[in-house]
Design a protein around this ligand. Structure first.
Ligand code: FMN
Length: 91
């Protein structure tokens, strides 16, 4: 069984949310192997921060499913897309 890691992040001051950043930094240092990652998140006016999480997954050489970012709070269709990717994670 491959353990899966899903990380969601709201953009704050053009950065990862501090608690998420702390977790991602710790995880990068710990460098667990053979996992599968999914990064998703929200932004208000400038997307892109979720790529920092995706980059860590790639640095750790994990399998990933496509990252996903939504403007403001994820709604109906977007929540479904996130669920689809989570299903991909556990397939
Ligand atoms: C203090 C604060 C700082 C924020 N900074 C950014 C930012 O730098 N870039 C951005 O795209 N969105 C920024 N946002 C917007 C949040 O990412 C957005 O509110 C969040 O994704 C959740 O969406 P919601 O407001 O619909 O709940 C900020 C929001 C707050 C409250």
């Amino acid at each position: 069984m491959t353990p899966n890691v899903c990380i969601g992040n709201p953009t704050l001051n053009n950065q990862l949310f501090p608690r998420v950043a702390g977790f991602v930094t710790y995880m990068k240092g710990l460098a667990p192997k053979n996992k599968k990652g999914f990064a998703f998140g929200s932004y208000g006016w400038k997307p892109g921060v979720v790529n920092q999480i995706q980059q860590v997954f790639e640095d750790l050489k994990w399998e990933t499913v496509a990252p996903f970012e939504e403007k403001y709070t994820p709604k109906g269709d977007t929540v479904e897309k996130i669920k689809e990717r989570v299903r991909e994670m556990i397939a």
